[in-house]
Design a protein around this ligand. Structure first.
Ligand code: IFM
Length: 750
């Protein structure tokens, strides 16, 4: 371990800008530690827990695609049996691995997440009450070379003579948020490996886990297999002299029938091959995958190691949450770090996660967008069920694209009554958000084939939906969008939310641009698609009319302010701090229908400001006026909010403020500032939107990047300590390298 360390906050430090380390573990950080030190590869996410932790310590290995509804209400990802489970007994007494080391060893304890390759290292020195001393090391990674495997190396060095028992195998008694997903788990200890297999309750998926290991260093005196309830373990006893070292190389392999018809064969093949190769070789094969990822996404900041480490921590999580191996899976709002938010995509995916991928790893962005095509059926079904035409995408979207967001989401903590939130049926901006991301992907990559194959169909169906949702106000000769929920979720049932209306217009115009191009340049595609979607000239004319006549709240000529929705400015004007004092219970929900914010101008998260991130037609004065107005009224009750404020603050030249919001956003997980529970619902885990947004804060905020009709421009406004920023972008299929300084941005020769 390097001697240099730079403090990140009271818990974490970095040694190189490529790692996040901690020196002590405190039980109050049980949830956030597991999330922050998550190792993953987009296929699975294994929480950063100690090897002897169990369900009460939130151990989890969440596997993409394993959606299941075990309690009849919540669909979520399944948690695989824990095949890294390992515990120790020293001289007959259990020795918890997360014990903080006693005084003489204090400074030697550490955990380190290496961001360069996702390797999580843990080291501890333990001394029992009787004076037996030992050093324990464990490291593991989720392989990018074979997505089904997690290799772990576990080492013990005796510092005094001691009797050691190591029990290692599979712990099938796992943490589940909403019902047990694999109630019929079958555990079996075979000669050289242990297996766990079961079926998920409602989705009927088979989930298979194998465990295998090898021991070197000292021969065990005794070995036995102990199967008890939901665990199957090998128990080894060693008699150790001071200086004796034991090394256990362990392997967990995971596969579900979502991945193919024979998950057992796949998981077993992975096990056999990996055992053959051995730990070092597996690590060696894994590393180049990360090298390639970092070569695309890294942003190097010279002059500020603190910002560097924060940024890379967020980029690391923005990658491991993304199912880059598939075009049928979404990026979950908590990625693969837990079951919260149902392993499902929200608008976060398009507006927060995709920009980084589109600009740096466009193939990956294409796959995630293809997921939206594959789930178009769900969006069509949702629209139909609610009486609309076209595609109304699910607010919470899993495997099929059918709406997963329950109508009753929160509970009123004062009365215990359920709250009917309308995230699912009024938050319509999700559909135009998808159009925005698709069009951005096309603008940056020039990949028209995506539009022809998938994008046009999605966008036409969204246009159709928007038209069917709109209300034509005869007296004003304009289209309005009424009964909405905009990005600010505290205000439900509002009309003409500026963000939604502007994006709706953008979507309609995009649909018309595509229609025109298809008609002119690819008439047969135009004909086929029109036929498939049963689109007529009347549809196109309707979209044209609505695009021309949709009401867009304009900046007020005297104040420059855009009203968030009709009547917003008539609401009580107060501050989040004031509302805090009105709470009867600290866990009260602030929003609909009776929350303290509902009749006030206090917002949960950026709304009008969010529009400015996506739409650069507004003048700097408008940005300035609205930032000054809306910023003090925002509670930042969502982890999505700080990044938007950072971007707009940077664009309007408030660099210190922007830097504070950058830290706020990038530290949301490391400082565990966000609630792990809201209205009785567990919402802990990694905030993947904030992770993706870290990239945007730097690029759109501090570097002032804009891309207009194929023209890339920058207006750098760097934080004080940042001397230079180097990064890569992939435009039109070509990767370009850039260097930004305080005075400008230049393209580098590669
Ligand atoms: O999509 C967000 C929403 O904007 C605020 N609540 C949490 C959701 C998931 O991150």
């Amino acid at each position: 371990m390097s001697c240099f360390s730079l403090k990140i906050n009271d818990r974490y430090y970095t040694t190189t800008g490529w790692d996040i380390c901690e020196k002590t573990f405190t039980p109050e950080h049980l949830i956030s530690r597991g999330s922050n030190f998550l190792t993953g590869n987009g296929y699975l996410g294994y929480r950063g827990t100690f090897p002897d932790w169990r369900r009460d310590q939130y151990v989890g290995c969440f596997v993409s695609g394993t959606y299941d509804n075990a309690d009849g209400k919540w669909t979520e990802l399944s948690n695989a049996p824990n095949a890294l489970y390992t515990n120790l007994e020293v001289n007959g007494k259990s020795l918890p691995l997360s014990t903080n080391p006693p005084a003489p060893f204090k400074h030697k304890y550490y955990s380190r997440l290496n961001l360069q390759n996702g390797l999580l290292e843990m080291q501890n020195y333990c001394k029992t009450e009787e004076g037996a001393a030992l050093e324990i090391r464990a490291e593991r990674f989720a392989s990018y070379d074979d997505l089904h495997i997690i290799p772990m190396r576990f080492q013990v060095k005796a510092l005094s003579a001691l009797e050691l028992t190591v029990s290692t195998g599979i712990d099938g008694n796992v943490w589940d948020l909403n019902g047990i997903h694999i109630p019929d788990l079958q555990l079996q200890a075979h000669l050289n490996f242990i297996s766990a297999k079961g079926r998920t309750v409602q989705s009927g998926l088979t989930l298979v886990v194998y465990e295998g290991h090898s021991i070197s260093g000292v021969e065990p005196q005794q070995a036995e297999t102990v199967s008890q309830g939901q665990t199957a373990l090998r128990k080894y006893t060693f008699s150790l002299k001071p200086g004796d070292e034991i090394m256990i190389d362990k392997l967990m392999t995971v596969c579900s029938s979502f991945d193919g018809n024979n998950p057992e064969a796949t998981a077993f093949k992975s096990l056999e091959q990996a055992l053959d190769k051995g730990y070092e070789c597996l690590l060696e094969e894994h590393q180049p995958h990360w090298n390639k990822i970092w070569k695309n996404i890294d942003i190097k900041i010279t002059g500020d190691l603190f910002s560097q480490a924060l940024l890379r921590f967020n980029l690391y999580h923005a990658i491991i949450c993304a199912p880059l191996h598939s075009d049928s899976l979404p990026i979950g709002a908590r990625g693969l770090s837990c079951q919260a938010y149902q392993g499902a995509a929200f608008w976060d995916q398009e507006i927060y996660n995709l920009p980084m991928l589109t600009w740096t790893m466009p193939d990956a962005a294409r796959r995630i967008l293809t997921y939206r095509y594959k789930t178009l059926g769900g969006a069509l079904r949702k629209a139909k069920a609610l009486g609309y035409s076209g595609a109304f995408y699910a607010w919470v979207s899993g495997m099929t694209g059918d709406e997963l967001c329950p109508s009753f989401f929160f509970e009123d903590v004062l009365t215990g009554r359920k709250i009917r939130n309308h995230f699912n049926d009024w938050q319509i901006h999700i559909s135009p958000d998808i159009v925005y991301a698709i069009w951005q992907y096309y603008q940056v990559t020039g990949d028209w084939s995506f539009i022809e194959e998938y994008g046009a169909e999605i966008i036409f169906e969204v246009a159709r939906f928007l038209h069917s949702h709109a209300f034509y106000k005869k007296d004003r000769d304009r289209f309005e969008l009424i009964r909405l929920l905009g990005p600010d979720e505290y205000h439900e049932n509002v009309d003409n939310n500026a963000y939604t209306n502007y994006l709706a217009k953008f979507s309609l115009r995009t649909a018309l641009v595509i229609e025109e191009k298809l008609k002119k340049e690819m008439p047969s595609s135009h004909e086929q698609l029109s036929e498939k979607l049963k689109l007529t000239e009347t549809d196109f004319a309707n979209w044209r009319e609505m695009a021309a006549k949709i009401y867009l709240p304009q900046p007020d000529p005297s104040t420059g302010l855009i009203e968030q929705f009709d009547g917003y400015f008539t609401l009580e004007d107060t501050t989040p701090a004031d509302l805090q004092k009105r709470l009867l219970d600290k866990n009260e929900y602030w929003g609909w229908p009776n929350g303290v914010a509902v009749h006030t101008q206090v917002t949960k998260q950026a709304d009008v400001l969010q529009l400015f991130v996506l739409n650069n037609c507004f003048s700097l004065n408008t940005l300035e006026a609205n930032y000054r107005y809306y910023e003090p009224r925002c509670q930042h009750g969502s982890s999505l909010s700080a990044s938007v404020h950072a971007i707009i603050a940077a664009r309007t030249g408030r660099i210190e403020e922007a830097f504070n919001y950058f830290k706020h956003s990038c530290l949301v997980d490391l400082s565990a500032t966000a609630k792990a529970e809201s209205g009785g619902t567990f919402i802990g885990g990694i905030h993947t939107a904030a992770c993706g947004a870290a990239w945007q804060i730097v690029m759109l905020g501090f570097l002032g990047m804009e891309y207009n009709k194929g023209r890339l421009t920058f207006k750098p406004n760097l934080p004080e300590a940042w001397q230079e920023v180097t990064f890569k972008l992939c435009i039109g299929g070509r990767q370009k390298a850039f260097k930004a300084t305080r005075t400008g941005v230049e393209e580098l020769n590669q």
